[in-house]
Design a protein around this ligand. Structure first.
Ligand code: NAD
Length: 349
C-alpha cells in the first residue's frame, strides 16, 4: 500500500523527536519543514497527502486554493486552538482535525507556576542568589490561602486549575457561558457573572478560546473594573487581552502583576531565538520592561506527557481520515449546526 505522505510545517527538534517516536506505529512518510505555512511556502506541499500544522501556520483563503490544487486532503493541527485556520474557507474542500485535549494539567500547572513566581518573585530570587546576593528586600509576596481567584472559561484547563487552586484554600469563582454546576459543586467553586470576576478577584486567569466574542475581552473597560493591584494571568490566547490597555493598567498600578504565556503579536517572536537580534515590536518591548510582568513563550503545553499525546492523537487523526472511518476530532465552522454532517456520517462534509 502506498505510504501516506505528510508535510510537517514549523518543525522544531522536540516535534521531530516525539513525532518520529509516535510514527513507529503509523509508518507515514513524514517530511519536516522549518518553514511556517503561509502563502509564500504553500508550494512546498506539492506531492503530499496531508499537512501537519501548529499555531503560527496560517491557513487563509489564499492558502486553501494551493493546498487543494496540490492534493492535500487533511489539515492535521497539532494544537487544540484553531483560530489560525479559516474554517469557512476550507469547508467542503479539506478536512481539518485538531488535538482537543493533550494535557490540561500541563497548562493549568504552568498557570499556577506563573502565579507563584510572580507572587513570590522566585525568578528574581534565582538571579540574586546566583550573584551571592541574599538580600530579600523587594521580594515580599502574599498568602494565596483565603484570596479569591477568578477563572474565565471552565473547560478542560479551567477545571483542573480550579481544583489546584482549591488545594491552596483559595475562594474560586468562575465565569463560563456554559457552566457545569455539578462539577462546580463537587470541586467547591461557584459560577458568577463576568462583572463579578472583575470586581472580586485577587487573581484572574483566562482559559476561554479566542473567538469573535472573546477578542479583546480584557480591554480598558474590563481592566478599570478590576481590584487595584490584581494579578492577571493569560495562558489562553494573546488576543484575549488588548495589550495597549494592559500596559496603561500596569502603568497606573491597576494591574499589580501580569503573567503572560501568550501575546497578541506573538507569531513573529515566540518559539524563536531573538537574543542576538533586535525586537522591533515596541509593545512587546515595553511589556518586557515591567518588573511585575513575567512572560513565557507559549510553553504552557510543553511537557513530555503533552508532546507524546499530541503526536499520537495527530497521527491517529490522519489514520482515521485515510481509513475512511469516523473522525472524532474533526472540526468545521458548521460543527454543532445541522449543516455539519458529522453526527450522521462521522465526517463534517
Ligand atoms: P475547552 O474547549 O475545554 O474550554 C473552553 C471553555 O471556555 C469552555 O468551557 C467554553 O464554554 C468556555 N468559553 C467559551 N466562550 C467563553 C466566553 N466568552 N467566556 C468565558 N468562557 C468561555 O478548552 P481548554 O482545553 O480548556 O483550553 C482553553 C484555551 O486554552 C484554548 O482555547 C487555547 O486557546 C488555550 N490553550 C493554550 C495553551 C498554551 O500552551 N498556552 C495550550 C492549550 C490550550
Amino acid at each position: 500500500m502506498k505510504k501516506i505522505k505528510l508535510s510537517f510545517f514549523d518543525a522544531k527538534p522536540y516535534d521531530i523527536e516525539f513525532f518520529n517516536r509516535a510514527n513507529r506505529k503509523f509508518g507515514y512518510d513524514i517530511k519536516y519543514f522549518n518553514n511556517r505555512l503561509n502563502p509564500d511556502t504553500v508550494s512546498l506541499v506539492k506531492g503530499f497527502d496531508a499537512v501537519c500544522l501548529f499555531v503560527n501556520d496560517i491557513v487563509t483563503k489564499n492558502v486553501v486554493g494551493p493546498l487543494v490544487k496540490n492534493g492535500i486532503r487533511i489539515i492535521a493541527l497539532r494544537s487544540a486552538g484553531y483560530n489560525n485556520v479559516d474554517l469557512k474557507a476550507v469547508f467542503g474542500k479539506i478536512h481539518v482535525a485538531r488535538v482537543p485535549a493533550y494535557s490540561p494539567y500541563a497548562v493549568a500547572e504552568h498557570t499556577v507556576g506563573l502565579m507563584l513566581s510572580l507572587n513570590r518573585k522566585i525568578h528574581k530570587a534565582y538571579y540574586r542568589t546566583r550573584d551571592s546576593n541574599f538580600n530579600i528586600n523587594g521580594l515580599l509576596g502574599f498568602d494565596m490561602n483565603g484570596k479569591t481567584a477568578g477563572i474565565i472559561g471552565t473547560g478542560k484547563i479551567g477545571r483542573v486549575l480550579a481544583k489546584i487552586l482549591k488545594g491552596f484554600c483559595m475562594k474560586v469563582i468562575a465565569y463560563d457561558p456554559f457552566p457545569d454546576a455539578d462539577y462546580a459543586a463537587r470541586t467547591g467553586f461557584s459560577y458568577v457573572p463576568l462583572e463579578k470576576i472583575y470586581t472580586d478577584s485577587d487573581i484572574i486567569s483566562l482559559h476561554c478560546p479566542l473567538t469573535q466574542e472573546t477578542f479583546h475581552l480584557i480591554d480598558g473597560k474590563a481592566l478599570s473594573k478590576m481590584k487595584k493591584g490584581v494579578m492577571l494571568i493569560n495562558t489562553g490566547r494573546g488576543r484575549l487581552i488588548n495589550t495597549r490597555a494592559l500596559i496603561a493598567a500596569l502603568k497606573s498600578g491597576r494591574i499589580g502583576y501580569a503573567g503572560l504565556d501568550v501575546y497578541e503579536e506573538e507569531s513573529e517572536y515566540f518559539f524563536e531565538d531573538f537574543s542576538s537580534k533586535i525586537v522591533s515590536d515596541d509593545v512587546l518591548a515595553r511589556l518586557l520592561t515591567f518588573n511585575n510582568v513575567l512572560i513565557t513563550s507559549h510553553q504552557a503545553f510543553f511537557t513530555v506527557e503533552a508532546l507524546a499525546n499530541i503526536a499520537d492523537t495527530t497521527l491517529g487523526n490522519i489514520a482515521e481520515f485515510f481509513c475512511g472511518g469516523q473522525m472524532e476530532n474533526e472540526i468545521c465552522y458548521q460543527c454543532g449546526r445541522k449543516e455539519c454532517a458529522r453526527e450522521k456520517t462521522g465526517k463534517c462534509f
